[in-house]
Design a protein around this ligand. Structure first.
Ligand SMILES: C[S@@+](CC[C@H](N)C(=O)[O-])C[C@H]1O[C@@H](n2cnc3c(N)ncnc32)[C@H](O)[C@@H]1O
Length: 236
């Protein structure tokens, strides 16, 4: 990535790996913790979309990782961008308990806050809605569902990043249909091939055209049960 982390950042990544291995024995978090599984499939996969900005002066940014699971991409971003303020949310408390303890042991407690909550609830809370420069999600749900979780969290200049493995024309059509009622649009789609045959990755960057209507995100479970792209088809 043409990025040289500081010694402190390297230490933090090494400590993150050790802590995840330790916590994984107590609560099942992720299989990918040894060697290149950790460094490529988690750390590099989390950070490659930031590769153009990692070497430049970083302005402080408010970032939220929705469905953080064992802490990716959020914890990797928190280490790589030391001026950022990051919120990590997940609905499963055993995961958030582990991620909170890990972030505190890493010395990130002042910049990283962890919440056990559903994305649908966070998106309707005045403490979170419209508050973020960057909202990210990796492997949480289909693109139309994730767009409904992330777009309401963005401020006027904010971007939502959907970390995707495969990307298809059909998924893009579904996402574009879902973005119409959310008042969002695709800003760019970028691909990257992970080394050691770990596969292609895509980042889909979204922005808002205008304020997201208050009815989104819809109540718990509805975005996944009745995704916006199928609503559009129902209305045809
Ligand atoms: C497959 S894991 C991915 C975790 C992590 N982002 C990663 O890439 O390693 C998906 C996570 O999203 C969380 N999740 C799914 N739907 C959610 C929702 N509506 N609100 C909050 N968390 C959610 C799940 O609890 C789970 O931990």
């Amino acid at each position: 990535m043409n990025w040289e982390p500081t010694c402190h950042q390297v230490q933090q990544f090494l400590q993150l790996q050790a802590l995840l291995i330790e916590w994984n024995e107590k609560v099942n978090l992720t299989r990918l913790l040894k060697g290149s599984d950790f460094w490529i499939s988690h750390v590099l996969d989390s950070l490659w979309p930031l590769r153009y900005e990692l070497n430049h002066f970083e302005s402080s940014r408010k970032i939220i990782d929705v469905g953080t699971g064992c802490g990716f991409p959020g914890l990797a971003i928190a280490i790589a961008l030391p001026r950022s303020e990051i919120t990590l949310i997940d609905s499963i408390s055993r995961k958030t308990t582990a991620v909170k303890a890990i972030s505190q042991t890493l010395g990130l407690g002042e910049r990283v806050s962890v919440r056990t909550e559903r994305a649908e609830v966070i998106g309707q809370s005045i403490s979170f809605r419209g508050n973020y420069d960057l909202a990210v999600a990796r492997a949480v749900a289909t693109s139309p569902v994730v767009a409904e979780y992330l777009i309401p969290l963005l401020n006027a200049q904010g971007e939502a990043w959907l970390y995707k493995g495969r990307w298809s024309t059909d998924e893009q059509i579904d996402l574009n249909n879902a973005l119409k009622p959310l008042k969002g649009k695709i800003k760019s789609i970028e691909s990257f091939e992970l080394p050691e045959g770990k596969g292609m990755r895509n980042i889909v960057r979204l922005v808002s055209n205008e304020q997201c209507p208050e009815k989104f995100p819809r109540p718990i479970g509805i975005p996944a049960k009745r995704p916006l792209e199928s609503q559009m088809l129902d209305n045809l």
